[in-house]
Design a protein. Sequence first.
Length: 197
Amino acid sequence: MTNGDLDLLPALFTYHEAIEAGVSKRHLYAMRSAGQIEQVARGIFMRSDSDELVDLDLAEIAIRAPNATLCLSSALVRHDLTDVNPVAIDVAVPAGSHRPAVSPPVKWHRFDAETFAIGRNLLPIYGERNIGIYSAERCIVDAFRLTWSEGDDLAYIALRRWLGRRGSKPAALYEMARNFPKALPAILKAVQTLTYE
């Protein structure tokens, strides 16, 4: 492989992706020694000439757990519905899924496989690679479902901010909550309370 062929590799790639692109193991490590690429995690490399901004933590999580989905505090921060700065990245995977070892601090959550995809969207990380992220409505529902582990404040602050946004429709939140019947009564009560404050 010539130096020009380095352009065939994306900004961030795995060992296996490099091999599939035709880069030999020997050449891959020669490029690393020459400073053309750097190893950013076990089996994950980044081109040194790339100026693309890549969230390496999210990229590693997405590579190691393809169904990984940002949830709770970590997703609420991205939806601007909380000021909480979580010490670990909240990531949901379907119940029964493998939770891989990753470099960044992650708090893994196992969500029911039947409802896992509800409200799940994709957040672009770089190039063609994405990580899942739950919608604002799903995050609020999950915060109410999991007050026993996440506390009441997360749910109420997120709901208050969401209700204060133009275009927020309680009906959309109720529709989401119907998929999680145990959370619905608490959400109905909270919406009524916050609406009449």
